[in-house]
Write a protein that binds this ligand. Structure first.
Ligand SMILES: NC(=O)c1ccc[n+]([C@@H]2O[C@H](COP(=O)([O-])OP(=O)(O)OC[C@H]3O[C@@H](n4cnc5c(N)ncnc54)[C@H](O)[C@@H]3O)[C@@H](O)[C@H]2O)c1
Length: 313
């Protein structure tokens, strides 16, 4: 049996650090090559191989994939929703070209599996707000959402045209404490814990009643690995799966934090991220993921808040 050799691109980001550590736990440290433009993250040091890699440099990427005998690729490099609005050309070019580079090399080198995340940002103001279905109207208003939606169809195309086993899910906002968020519209739900513990108050960039789909990072990591380990015959969606964890507003999150820190105060100063948040659904219907590969989240708002406060401390 050929041993899997996995390349994680964008391994020093919010998801990459935790996903790399979990993949190394499962497959062995030496079997998972972490790569990023940035310096190696402290938490990754000493846990397995690290290479400095720009995913936009297709030749270098190709060389690494051949040299390291890579059998699976996880592509996490991207520019996220809020940062993307500050530099739309860069967001489009990185988010699209990185994916096309990986898909093309994966096809030529017969890579066994590719993982590429999409986002709830594919949805726009015309999508249903509650329990947004897998198949629905999708008219994104951010460059990030446009790039993710286009990317989903490239994944579908490479699967149908070339038989490439590429898998994807639409992450909601991800809440974590091991590595920092990278410029998304849901970052408030991470920042709030640091400020609550340190300052006992937080200035929120979204309005108090802005409901958004969210997920605690351990659920997102488990979902990713469960999707990648599912039998290929069970994967009916080759664009990207809806997945859901929890939904809450800043007001509800702050009420939950107050149960632990009664003096905690929140004030609201909505900025350019408010219209982005308002264009997204408030909750997601993930019944197709549940049916196809038995997805089930483990964390709700109460459990996540308790864990975050304990770990951020
Ligand atoms: N974090 C979330 O809440 C969230 C939600 C939905 C979807 N996603 C998606 O998940 C993926 C990972 O997100 P994240 O939050 O970890 O992002 P992040 O910004 O924290 O990390 C991305 C990493 O990619 C690296 N990178 C950027 N350009 C690169 C390049 N040219 N070559 C190599 N590496 C490069 C960055 O240095 C960074 O370490 C992205 O596709 C993102 O769109 C994230």
């Amino acid at each position: 049996m050929i041993k899997e050799k996995i390349l994680v691109i964008g391994a020093c980001g919010q998801i990459g650090v935790e996903l790399t550590l979990e993949l190394r736990r499962i497959y062995g440290g030496a079997q998972v090559v972490a790569s990023d433009l940035r310096e190696e993250n402290e938490l990754l040091k000493g846990t397995g191989p690290y290479v400095s890699l720009d995913v936009m440099n297709k030749e270098m990427l190709h060389v690494q994939i051949i040299r390291q005998n890579i059998t699976q690729v996880y592509l996490l490099a991207a520019i996220l929703s809020a940062t993307g609005e500050k530099n739309p050309n860069l967001a489009w070019s990185l988010n699209m070209q990185s994916l096309l580079n990986v898909l093309d090399i994966a096809k030529d080198e017969q890579i066994k599996k590719v993982y590429w995340p999409s986002s709830i940002a594919v949805f726009g103001p015309t999508s249903p707000k509650r329990n947004c279905p897998q198949h629905t109207i999708i008219e994104p208003i951010t460059v990030y959402g446009i790039s993710k939606y286009a990317g989903e169809f490239w994944c579908n195309y490479y699967n149908h045209r070339y038989g490439l086993d590429v898998r994807s899910m639409r992450y909601p906002g991800l809440i974590s404490y091991k590595s920092e968020p990278g410029g998304g519209t849901t970052d408030y739900a991470v920042e709030i814990f640091y400020d609550a513990l340190k300052e006992k108050k937080y200035t929120c960039f979204l309005k108090e009643d802005t409901y958004l789909p969210m997920m605690y990072m351990p659920d997102a990591i488990r979902a990713t690995i469960e999707l990648m380990e599912a039998d290929a015959s069970n994967i009916s969606v080759r664009t990207s799966y809806n997945i859901s964890g929890m939904s809450f507003s800043p007001k509800e999150l702050s009420a939950e934090i107050k149960k632990h820190i009664p003096e905690f105060e929140i004030i609201y100063e909505p900025d350019y991220r408010q219209p982005i948040a308002e264009s997204w659904p408030q909750s997601i219907d993930d019944s197709v993921a549940k049916n196809d590969w038995n997805w089930k989240p483990a964390f709700d708002l109460t459990k996540m808040t308790t864990e975050m406060l304990k770990n951020v401390k």
